[in-house]
Design a protein around this ligand. Structure first.
Ligand SMILES: C[S@@+](CC[C@H](N)C(=O)[O-])C[C@H]1O[C@@H](n2cnc3c(N)ncnc32)[C@H](O)[C@@H]1O
Length: 223
């Protein structure tokens, strides 16, 4: 069992409180997909976990369809329990480092996943995402970033803990999240990730939101 298999059952319990700016963060990411309520886009969610990002996207763009992929079966089970009755959601067991994404996707999304991969694997995933998108397709990645110094990183961490507890996160869930960060995070600099996305073949790359130690990257494949 991976750390995420073990976390699956309680993952959603404090999720909103652990992301105190949840509405602003996901709102910026959803807007960056540049869809409208009438578009029938096919969207692939990499490392979907319990499906929170896909759910926000389908709430905003009800004609779209989302395929939720994850290597953790318990995470996918939680996602299926939440969303499986709705035919706009489908589910696939996939290791995003070794597995094939398929191609022709209108949009690819991911949240809080790619920072778990070694930097070389991050670059490979960015290349595979670009290849899997249709021309003009958009990749929106919510993810953690490394601050420019340890002092700034410490400030972000202190603010986040204070705000998460004030928002109602359970102490146990905060501690579990911190333990997973300690064991599993390989954060990269924001500037490096923008550069890697450009080198992966994306024509336009932007960061449309930044708070605490996370950011929303938007990358558009050339038409
Ligand atoms: C922090 S959770 C984020 C889940 C969800 N995207 C969210 O924002 O709530 C990280 C997820 O990435 C998945 N994951 C980690 N490495 C992966 C890989 N190589 N391939 C597919 N999924 C992976 C984990 O199983 C877990 O569900």
């Amino acid at each position: 069992m991976s750390g995420f298999d073990n976390a699956a059952a309680t993952y959603d319990r404090s999720r909103h409180a652990l992301i105190p700016d949840y509405d602003e963060l996901y709102g910026a990411a959803v807007a960056a997909l540049e869809l409208d309520q009438t578009q029938t886009a096919c969207i692939l969610d990499l490392g979907a976990g319990t499906g929170g990002f896909s759910q926000e996207v389908i709430n905003a763009y009800p004609q779209a369809q989302a395929e939720l992929s994850d290597l953790s079966v318990p995470m996918l089970e939680q996602a299926r329990a939440r969303l499986g009755a709705d035919p706009r959601f489908s589910f696939r067991e996939l290791n995003i480092v070794t597995g094939a994404f398929g191609d022709g996707w209108d949009r690819i999304i991911s949240s809080f996943v790619i920072h778990h991969l070694p930097h070389e694997a991050k670059r490979e995933v960015f290349g595979n995402v670009c290849r899997a998108l249709k021309p003009g397709g958009i990749f929106v990645n919510i993810d953690q970033v490394q601050a420019c110094s340890q002092a700034v990183q410490d400030i972000h961490m202190r603010l986040w803990k204070k705000d998460a507890l004030a928002a109602g996160a359970l102490q146990q869930d905060l501690e579990d999240g911190l333990a997973r960060m300690e064991a599993m995070d390989i954060n990269a600099d924001l500037d490096d990730q923008v550069l890697w996305l450009k080198r992966a073949g994306f024509a336009r790359v932007d960061v449309v939101y930044r708070n605490y130690f996370w950011a929303v990257f938007v990358a558009r494949k050339p038409v």
